[in-house]
Write a protein that binds this ligand. Sequence first.
Ligand code: ATP
Ligand code: MG
Length: 330
Amino acid sequence: LQDTELFSSKEEDSSLYFTYSGGRNDLEVKDLHYEIDTAAQIPWYEHLAEFKNPWGKKGEKQTAISNLNLRVHSGQMLAVIGSSGCGKTSLLDIITCRDEGGKVRHGQVLINGTPSTPKLVRRSIAHVRQDDRLLPHLTVRETLAFVARLRLPTHFSQAQRDQRVDDVIAELRLRQCAHTRVGNSFVRGVSGGERRRVSIAVQLLWNPGILILDEPTSGLDSFTAHNLVLTLSRLARGNRLVLLSVHQPRSDIFQLFDLVVLLSSGSAAYCGAARDMVPYFTALGHPCPRYCNPSDFYGEDRGGREWEGEEEEGRDERRRKERRREGEGK
Ligand SMILES: Nc1ncnc2c1ncn2[C@@H]1O[C@H](COP(=O)(O)OP(=O)(O)OP(=O)(O)O)[C@@H](O)[C@H]1O
Ligand SMILES: [Mg+2]
């Protein structure tokens, strides 16, 4: 009991319940080019029906990510933003060696100077994926207690493990559903946003040096989303590396990012400090309209072409046609 009291009193004063005491981490993506073989998804026997040689055929390739460079280190939060289907999940999956169905043509991912391997990733990176993979019949607290027993170092006492679980539940505001089962699409359990936060809690629990989250704010209301990103930015201040993908963040969330990569159809339209993004595009001749959220304005899917001015013409043309059609209708 004494031990518990000691532990809680020490942690109580700091809102950042566990700072990362490991060394400095560094993540680098160099000249990455990733392709998806769309023809490989068609089973080989379907080619037999077409009287084609199933082995000889070379399928067409779809480029998911091209020529991407980025670099982050501990203490920074990098956000990958962009519209749906621009390659955010693919990028995060390649970094953590969990990509399926595609091939890295060239380029590499370096974690502290060494190429990323599944073993290295398991040791140093916590990855919260876009879809939640949790056991549906455990309650929220049971899920976290289970992970605490598996992932925390062996020298942790049971009281310390429980304390850590309590801290994470408090930090992610899961108190009111701590004794509800998690559920999934078949078993009704906690709400979608709560399940999202449980997935994040599972990864926060073991105090990783590098934290990668795929769309952590999707399905959350704006207040909770803001609080969550605030927590993540505090974690980054506590000497961690946080890499997250967000689908068009609100401006108050955008301000919390240190670095931003704006993906557009797999290539980076902008990569650098978050506060320099608007000046950069303004200098290119694309100022953000007043009272408009920069991530909404620049994150819109323009097929990566508008920045050279081609798409702009196409869009004007389309608008003119629409207007003409409306006029005819009247
Ligand atoms: N294994 C795969 N097989 C087929 N297509 C794939 C595969 N992986 C990625 N893609 C394609 O690559 C593109 C990028 O997918 P990705 O999942 O990275 O998008 P995203 O930016 O995460 O989108 P969202 O915001 O909707 O999650 C999509 O067009 C997708 O269809
Ligand atoms: Mg995704």
